[in-house]
Design a protein around this ligand. Structure first.
Ligand SMILES: NC(=O)c1ccc[n+]([C@@H]2O[C@H](COP(=O)([O-])OP(=O)(O)OC[C@H]3O[C@@H](n4cnc5c(N)ncnc54)[C@H](O)[C@@H]3O)[C@@H](O)[C@H]2O)c1
Length: 309
């Protein structure tokens, strides 16, 4: 194997189409909704899973009205709970007999204070972003192995560059790590399955309104002092981000080519590369900021300006 060729064994390319079934978590909005629309347009049956009931019903109706040749199913699922994700897998198998594509996509980003606020900001973010993915992999892997299907885990560029939020970045690093491990292990045993890791930069979605789904069982979320101050900046970069539909096309291409990494922008990769170069040079973490965001000095000036008022 040549250096960097990446693959121990080749997994056969996959053609998305009628007769296949795709399951997407976090399907009521943003990237998840775009993925289901993309799969439905390819003629697949689609199963939309989400915790937000009203949005889920509207999303399923929208996908159904688009008139793909497959079936559309919606199911309320809180991916934090293994039992609910296991039940989702069982229901999909009972209805369709097989799963060909599974996207562990549900995710949240909140304004809780990681160090001085209640621990529930960690519990929520880890519960959805990390345990949600773990539950999805464990529940669906046997079915994907049976069908020779494809698994997509939604991480983030925050999984390759820790500079946005301690809670969010920690979960996304974990998703990258577990997905890369899974890929290697499947390759080593020659399993007939594809694995992709989606690492978007900014995407035009409702991710910054994720607290609409903060679970009652975790009490109340307390915002960090800087959250409201940063809100307009983050809302702007998200509004300027790529469209969910463009991300869905990249994911569909990666599935069909059985490609592992799915990226949405070079500037984020440049940022991650600068980080790794500084690590290899033994330097302390850089005060670099994410694309579109103010510099570290500007953020400090915003914080000190707002606290001195
Ligand atoms: N928008 C971005 O800029 C961006 C960038 C990188 C990665 N991502 C990731 O993309 C994924 C999709 O997010 P999005 O940007 O489309 O945001 P979004 O808020 O538009 O969609 C997220 C969906 O996840 C659902 N969800 C939340 N908690 C859930 C739970 N416990 N169980 C089931 N569903 C739940 C929400 O109801 C929502 O429908 C997330 O994993 C997010 O971290 C987003």
């Amino acid at each position: 194997m040549s250096p960097g060729s990446g693959r121990l064994r080749e997994t056969r390319p996959m053609q998305l189409g009628h007769g296949q079934t795709a399951v997407v978590t976090g399907a009521a909005s943003g990237i998840g909704l775009a993925l289901t629309q993309r799969f439905a347009a390819a003629g697949m049956n689609v199963v939309l899973a989400d915790v937000e009931t009203g949005a889920l019903e509207r999303a399923a109706a929208e996908v159904g009205a688009a008139g793909g040749s497959g079936d559309v199913v919606a199911r309320v699922v809180d991916v934090r709970h293994a039992g609910e994700v296991d039940a989702l897998a069982a229901a999909v198998i009972e209805r369709f007999g097989a799963v060909h594509v599974m996207c562990n996509n549900a995710g949240v980003a909140g304004g809780g204070d990681a160090w001085f606020g209640p621990i529930n900001t960690w519990e929520w973010t880890i519960g959805v972003n990390l345990y949600g993915v773990i539950h999805g992999v464990r529940a669906f892997l046997p079915h994907l192995l049976a069908s020779g299907g494809h698994l997509v885990n939604t991480a983030s560029m925050a999984g390759l560059y820790p500079g946005l939020s301690p809670t969010y970045d920690a979960t996304k690093h974990a998703v990258v790590a577990l997905t890369e491990n899974l890929f290697r292990q499947m390759q080593m045993i020659g399993a007939p399955i594809g694995v992709s890791c989606l690492c978007p930069g900014w995407v035009r979605t409702k991710i910054f309104e994720a607290e609409r789904n903060f679970p009652e069982d975790l009490g109340a979320l307390e915002h960090s002092p800087t959250f409201e101050m940063m809100r307009p900046v983050v809302e702007r970069v998200i509004a300027e981000g790529v469209t969910p539909a463009a991300v869905a096309d990249l994911v569909a291409d990666a599935i069909e080519a059985r490609r592992f990494w799915v990226f949405t922008g070079q500037e984020w990769l440049d940022l991650a590369m600068r980080r790794w170069t500084s690590i290899a040079d033994g330097l302390d973490p850089l005060p670099d900021s994410a694309p579109g965001m103010p510099s570290a000095d500007e953020i400090v000036a915003m914080i000190t300006g707002s606290t001195s008022n």
